[in-house]
Design a protein around this ligand. Structure first.
Ligand code: YCF
Length: 316
């Protein structure tokens, strides 16, 4: 237990470990004044290869955590740091990690998987609209608000996230290419598909929620996981997938596409037939905006409804 900053222990009482990540752990804590439960993520600076990356990584993550505002993205309450660790105080998601829920349930009911996946799509759509790529979407980083099946989910852990900013390539391609080498143009064709990595991960997440096992794994095949992924080689085991709709399988297939240019985007996934489910959206809407006020496209949630609601978060 590294020594906690005094101003932290004055405000919070640390309890037990509730989750563990690769570069730190999550503890339950209580805000002394209010007895409110919170989660505290500790990020050890020493665990990184070079000290430089640790600080830059954590500071970028803290910048992202402060900037984001969506019902399906984790909210932070406080930050502290010592010379050996960062401490991020977050809202406590009482239902814990999706990873443990899927493990406990073996596989999720299709309707529940759809409700969670819809919320994940809206959360990642918001991140992409803010020029943020998550890059580490997995069941451990999807948290559940309660132990009920019908519940709000929130995406967390922006340690691997990237903020898209203007690049020197953009500035180069704006100028006159008199002296520009051909490979600068040919290399440029793949630029702008960084968001597609999140769509692949969401495909893996959906596969795991529905099937209860990962599409790319070590046992039962002589192909390395890397080969399975680069060749897009996975199977819908009949014993697990026979009870799942063709539309759900179709959405998985269209996300687990090796060529990022052919892979579904978030927008296209939101338009997929499996997502056209008014009842699910009504439930999602009620969970995400219990006060009944959803923000219109783009601007921050406002109480007055100036313009028609954003089509994706439109109440059905
Ligand atoms: C209620 C409960 N457990 N209840 C119980 N009885 N457990 O026994 C519970 C609640 C929450 C969690 N997880 C959780 O909160 N994760 C989490 C993971 C990552 C991050 C962040 C910001 N990461 N940023 C970085 N840089 N990472 O490396 C934040 C939160 C686990 C169990």
């Amino acid at each position: 237990q590294s020594n906690l900053p005094r101003e932290f222990t004055e405000k919070y009482w640390i309890s037990r470990k509730i989750g563990s990540g690769v570069c730190g752990e999550v503890k339950l804590a209580f805000e002394r004044d209010t007895c409110k439960k919170v989660a505290v993520k500790t990020i050890n600076k020493k665990d990184f290869p070079s000290i430089g990356t640790a600080t830059r990584n954590a500071e970028r993550e803290i910048e992202i955590l402060k900037k984001i505002d969506h019902p399906c993205l984790i909210k932070t309450e406080d930050f502290f740091q010592t010379d050996e660790s960062y401490y991020i105080v977050l809202e406590l998601m009482e239902g814990g990690e999706l990873f443990d829920r899927v493990k406990a349930k073996k596989q999720l009911d299709e309707s529940i998987a759809k409700l969670y996946f819809y919320q994940m799509l809206l959360a990642v759509k918001y991140l992409h609209s803010q020029g943020i790529i998550h890059r580490d979407l997995k069941p451990e980083n999807v948290l559940l608000a309660s132990d009920n099946d019908i519940c709000l989910i929130k995406i967390t852990d922006f340690n691997q996230s990237k903020i898209l900013e203007e690049t020197s390539l953009m500035r180069t391609l704006c100028g006159t290419p008199t002296y520009l080498a051909p490979e600068v143009f040919t290399d440029a064709v793949t630029v702008g598909y960084g968001r597609a990595v999140d769509c692949w991960s969401l495909g893996v997440l959906l596969f795991v929620c529905l099937g209860g096992y990962p599409p790319f794994h070590t046992e039962g095949t002589d192909m390395s996981v890397r080969e399975q992924i680069t060749q897009g080689c996975y199977r819908f085991l009949p014993s697990k997938w026979d009870c799942i709709s063709e539309q759900a399988k179709n959405l998985v297939k269209k996300l687990l596409v090796v060529d990022p240019k052919k892979r579904l985007t978030i927008e296209e996934a939101l338009q997929h037939p499996w997502m056209q489910d008014k009842q699910m959206k009504t439930t999602a809407f009620k969970i995400m905006y219990p006060g009944g006020q959803a923000p219109s496209e783009g601007d921050t949630p406002s109480t007055s409804r100036k313009r028609p609601l954003d089509d994706q978060e439109q109440p059905p």
